[in-house]
Write a protein of this length. Structure first.
Length: 633
């Protein structure tokens, strides 16, 4: 049995491999990938229109930029991500791929994105002027050095950890029983029996508890209730998640429950409700903020108009700086004093705003999607940990195959589930899917323990409709002279595969199903649809086809096309899945990661249509069983 310290040292080595792999991939992309591909992948905006620059409430110099290109392309920019500006020297103006790129030698950080407008924090050292005066400027995502540094630092501290941190480390890595408080369970009339059990387990846990929430079982509802009840016993808790989106989601639900949340970092969806509980907005709204702003302005003026031989310059500057710091400390103390929940991403919990802060309890949502190293960042600040998520859904992203094989993808949640089954509560009642859609996932992933709430058990759109169908593309005969075939095509390393005939068939299938339901009913009942494909190339191809189809014009607002990851945590009335893979060797690539498929098939409330080549897919036992299950309905 390896000791916790050996295991964590091994983790650090694997993280080092991942860091090297990601850095190398990034270098290759930067040097070899054409500008057009970067823009298409959503990793760059070009051309840019530069907006105004100003100092924000956190005293950072920021610049506004606007995307001029194709606004249909979904981009990957979000709060906290590092970016670099570049200019494109175009040898042939009509052809983006012939561009030569020159990078400016500083990086910025995304502060805020809303549609085609982005605000970027940049170093205050005069270099921004070069960007503002240049032509053909673009911005691209840069390698995220900070997140890795933060994770390495967290692992180092855990390895050396003493006291409570050392205790939790040794506990999570052993079969030693976690400690609990004993008191009579509480009753919550609006929760079902497994949700109630989960909240009680959270309250009774001295060290750790896990809420395991399969799709549609009300994990967020349970977590919000557990946080609400914890706050009757503690004055403040820390709530984290891997992604900004997950932090937004849980924060919004807590605010709806009447809890004062302070969100460190900016939300992914920029609306007034979400912004109202961000640290930045609250800071600006504080009555002392105007005074602080004027002092900061005086400091900047003093610096830029410094006169030679001004002996009192340093004295004046120091006095103003002291006054500004004093005000900042006072505003912060009030904001943090009022808040009951501090919410941030796992990496964001290392923010200087939280330096030296301690909390009784940490809640980590979507814990099964986070690398273990990231979870240790906030654990250092707390004395007990509650994890919520589902290790049978999307895993953390690991780019290095060697690191993945050696175990970097194993999350802290999985580790604790293995070592301490007694701290886990499985939520067993689902409120999303028709029974027949849910049953396959329950059997394969959850030991047949999940059941459907009576109100959703038989939900369907059409009378006598079969809730799940598999359209086998290998059964279609195409004319000899056909330009397309139902075989997959390979389109570049990181973009994956495409199956054009299957994409056409996906839209035709939806069209014919829509005709059965009838236009008026679809619009009146706002029946929503998700078209999912595991491959980004297929998603983009489907989006292009979808835009061209006149038939779908009235329904545009009801239909979304995305990857499996893009649908995590969401649900739709109707789901179509285009599996893409079709070859003679039975190769299915990363579709072998069944957790992804679990997410895809459990998004549907009432109707699930799978399109795929059965002869390719059913060589894998999971897809064979799924195909047979659907055929037997």
């Amino acid at each position: 049995m390896t000791s916790p310290i050996q295991a964590l040292t091994q983790q650090r080595l694997l993280l080092q491999m991942e860091y090297a792999a990601e850095k190398e991939t990034f270098r290759k992309q930067t040097e070899e990938m054409g500008l057009q591909r970067k823009v298409k992948r959503g990793d760059a905006w070009y051309p840019l229109k530069m907006g105004k620059s100003y100092y924000n409430s956190l005293n950072q110099l920021v610049v506004e930029v606007f995307r001029q290109g194709d606004e249909e392309i979904e981009h990957n920019f979000e709060f906290g991500r590092p970016v670099a500006f570049f200019t494109s020297i175009n040898r042939d103006p009509g052809n983006l791929s012939s561009s030569k790129i020159h990078y400016f030698n500083f990086t910025g950080t995304v502060s805020y994105v809303d549609g085609d407008r982005m605000v970027i924090a940049v170093p205050d050292n005069g270099q921004l002027i070069d960007v503002q005066s240049a032509e053909n400027v673009g911005v691209q995502l840069f390698f995220d050095e900070t997140s890795y540094k933060t994770m390495f630092d967290a692992l180092d501290r855990v390895i050396k950890g003493k006291g409570r941190l050392g205790y939790l480390r040794d506990l999570f890595y052993s079969r030693q029983k976690a400690e609990t408080f004993t008191f009579a369970p509480l009753h919550f009339p609006y929760l079902n029996y497994t949700q109630e059990d989960a909240v009680n387990k959270v309250l009774q846990a001295k060290d750790v508890a896990i809420v395991h929430g399969p799709p549609g079982t009300g994990k967020t509802t349970t977590l919000v209730e557990a946080i609400y009840e914890t706050l009757r016993r503690e004055s403040q808790v820390l709530v984290c998640a891997q992604s900004n989106m997950a932090v937004d989601w849980i924060s919004e639900k807590l605010v709806d429950r009447g809890i004062n949340v302070l969100r460190i970092g900016n939300p992914t969806r920029v609306n007034d409700k979400m912004l109202s509980f961000t640290y930045e907005r609250r800071f600006e709204a504080h009555p002392d903020y105007e005074l602080l702003w004027s002092i900061r302005k005086a400091i900047r003026d003093l610096r830029s108009h410094r006169k030679r031989g001004d002996e009192k310059y340093h004295q004046k500057l120091e006095r103003l700086k002291e006054r500004a710091t004093e005000l900042e400390v006072r505003i912060n103390a009030e904001l943090f004093g009022e808040a009951r929940v501090i919410a941030s991403t796992l990496v964001g919990s290392a923010s200087r705003l939280l330096e030296g802060q301690k909390f009784g309890t940490l809640f980590i949502d979507e814990a099964a999607q986070a690398l273990e190293a990231a979870c240790w960042i906030p654990i250092r600040k707390v004395s007990r940990v509650i994890l919520a998520g589902d290790h049978c859904q999307l895993p953390p992203t690991v780019k290095s195959f060697a690191a993945l094989k050696a175990g970097l993808g194993k999350t802290l949640m999985e580790r604790i589930v293995e070592n301490k089954p007694e701290v886990v509560t499985l939520l067993k009642m689902q409120y999303r899917m028709n029974e027949e859609i849910m049953r396959f996932s329950s059997d394969w992933f959850y030991g047949n323990q999940v059941e459907s709430a009576p109100e959703v058990k038989y939900r369907s759109i059409l009378d006598l409709d079969i809730p799940m169908t598999w359209i086998d593309t290998s059964a279609f005969e195409l004319p000899e002279d056909s330009q397309v075939s139902f075989k997959e095509e390979f389109v570049g390393e990181s973009f994956g595969r495409i199956n054009k005939a299957e994409a056409e068939l996906t839209l035709l299938t939806l069209e014919s199903y829509f005709k059965k339901i009838g236009k008026q009913r679809i619009l009146d009942e706002r029946l929503d649809v998700g078209i999912i494909s595991p491959y980004r190339a297929q998603v983009q191809y489907l989006r292009r086809l979808f835009k061209k189809r006149e038939f779908f014009k009235p329904y545009r607002h009801l239909i979304s096309v995305n990857t499996v990851d893009g649908f995590q945590g969401q649900e739709r009335d109707i789901i179509l899945i285009s599996l893409v893979r079709a070859n003679d060797e039975g190769q299915i690539g990363f579709l072998r990661d069944l957790r992804r498929m679990n997410v895809a098939i459990t998004r549907a409330r009432m109707k699930l249509i799978i399109l795929g080549d059965a002869s390719t897919m059913t060589r894998h036992p999971f897809y064979k069983r799924l195909y047979e299950y659907v055929e037997a309905l």
